[in-house]
Ligand binder design. Structure first.
Ligand SMILES: Nc1ncnc2c1ncn2[C@@H]1O[C@H](COP(=O)(O)OP(=O)(O)OP(=O)(O)O)[C@@H](O)[C@H]1O
Ligand SMILES: [Mg+2]
Length: 460
């Protein structure tokens, strides 16, 4: 069935061009130059896409966007802005626009955008298919809390789209697992899932990894190197720690998201790619935007579907299920028959605040399974060292502010781990059950000495 597109613009010459272009490309187009009539049309029927000029004489396109959001919130809306009018574009994103295009309109850019936005539009999954998709997701991800069930529902809802997703959450909450689950249930599951951590590489290396280079692009570029953008073609590109992406690379990424093409380093030719981008961050990206460390327009383009993964302490009823899941997993891996977690041990697990989230829980259970000499996990196996018991499992005093307890516990756990690991960061991260990147992040956050090995400097 032809997709029906409504175009509203007070420039009748442009409308005529739209009519011809849309028809030639196999769309059904309806145009109108009067904003009041535009509002009536928006209310009257459900279009597949609405394209609307920002300036409409005495009305603003954003007003029509608000109307469309009220009647048909899932219908994508593209705003046409004047050249260089980024603030207006940002404002329209905030109000729910799917995208924007600047005048003068380039036909190729417009068609790419229309196809992309239609492709991204959250399609209504038939109700009978949802439980099947949710069951598929539950095969890899455990969680019976209301928050996680809602999250599985969102993943199922976006399964059949290529919408860009931004996953935010503390370290170890399962962001990468979620990204993989989204890819797995999507129509792209047969194509590659390519992941890169944007926090590990400097600007030049990251650019080279993402976009690749041609022979002779720089000294040492002896042959063509495919970038990850190209490797991920047809599939999903997972950009982890996106908050650490250097500004120059952010600009280049924005272009790929807008135009679906890029040039490898040293090349004059564009490569067209069909990728879904999923980004993840454990810093508050919106704050990074305010601090001008992250491009605002890129933020809105990434956060088409924002997913907030709650920390484990906010979904403690997931802990028993997760603990049993890991007990079985590591029992199998170690060839051990571990079947129970004692009541005392389970109570300890559910009362701890888990600064390292699911990853810390997983490591705790893995260690307990490895150490147990019976078929049970008992309380003593959960305590790594008597000296660390107090800090790692300090009871919550209801009088104290929870945030303060978490801060204090996290800080002293890191200090303890660094001491145990004699300043070796990799080892300290393993003890804590968090990634090295996350350990660095926390060391910075809590202003701990970066290299502490009995007060001498060491690099791990
Ligand atoms: N809901 C879950 N069910 C089962 N396993 C989980 C779940 N959530 C997380 N895990 C496991 O916890 C570990 C950490 O998850 P993951 O690497 O996805 O976290 P993350 O949020 O990407 O962490 P970081 O910010 O440190 O990169 C992984 O081994 C993952 O398989
Ligand atoms: Mg991760």
């Amino acid at each position: 069935m032809k997709k029906h597109i409504l175009v509203i613009d007070d420039d009748t010459t442009l409308l005529l061009w739209f009519e011809r272009t849309l028809e030639r490309e196999g769309f059904l187009g309806t145009t109108c130059s009067d904003p009041q009539e535009g509002i009536r049309r928006i209310q009257d029927k459900r279009y597949d896409l609405i394209i609307c000029d920002q300036g409409l004489g005495d009305m603003e396109g954003i007003q029509l966007l608000t109307c469309s959001q009220t009647y048909y919130p899932d219908v994508p809306f593209i705003i046409i802005t004047g050249f260089g009018s980024v603030p207006k574009a940002v404002e329209s994103f905030k109000k729910g626009a799917a995208d924007y295009i600047t005048k003068p309109i380039d036909k190729k850019e417009l068609l790419t955008l229309i196809n992309h936005v239609l492709d991204e539009a959250v399609s209504c999954i038939p109700t009978e298919e949802l439980p099947l998709l949710q069951a598929e997701i539950s095969k890899t991800m455990v969680g019976n809390s209301e928050k996680m069930q809602k999250l599985f529902y969102v993943i199922a809802q976006i399964a059949k789209t290529s919408a860009t997703v931004l996953i935010e959450g503390e370290s170890g909450t399962g962001k990468e697992l979620i990204a993989r689950a989204i890819h797995q249930v999507s129509l792209r599951s047969g194509a590659p899932f390519v992941a890169i951590n944007c926090g590990y590489l400097n600007e030049n290396l990251l650019e080279n990894e993402l976009f690749g280079h041609v022979q002779g692009a720089f000294t040492g570029a002896i042959k063509y190197k495919k970038g990850l953008m190209e490797e991920a073609n047809g599939g999903t590109l997972f950009l982890d720690e996106i908050g650490d992406m250097p500004l120059l690379v952010q600009t280049k990424l924005l272009r790929v998201l807008q135009e679906r093409e890029f040039k490898p380093l040293g090349s004059n030719e564009n490569i067209h790619v069909d990728i879904r981008v999923i980004a993840a961050t454990n810093v508050n990206l919106h704050e990074a935007v305010v601090q001008k460390k992250f491009r605002e327009d890129l933020y809105y383009r990434l956060a088409v579907i924002p997913i907030m993964v709650p920390p484990l302490r906010e979904r403690t009823n997931d802990i028993p299920l997760l603990a049993k899941h890991f007990m079985q997993k590591y029992g199998l891996e170690n060839g051990k028959n571990v079947e129970h977690i004692t009541l005392e041990a389970m109570s300890r697990l559910t009362h701890y605040t888990w600064p390292g989230n699911v990853r810390e829980l997983e490591n705790t259970i893995a260690r307990a399974v490895a150490l147990t000499t019976s078929n049970s996990i008992t309380l003593d196996l959960l305590i790594p060292k008597a000296s660390t018991e107090k800090t790692l499992f300090s009871a919550i005093d209801e009088e104290t502010n929870l945030r303060e307890i978490i801060r204090r516990d996290t800080k002293s756990a890191i200090e303890e781990a660094l001491k145990l690991a004699k300043g070796n960061h990799s080892q300290a991260a393993r003890i804590l059950g968090i990634s090295r990147a996350s350990l660095y992040h926390k060391i910075k956050k809590y202003a701990l000495p970066r290299f502490s090995k009995n007060n001498t400097t060491s690099i791990s």
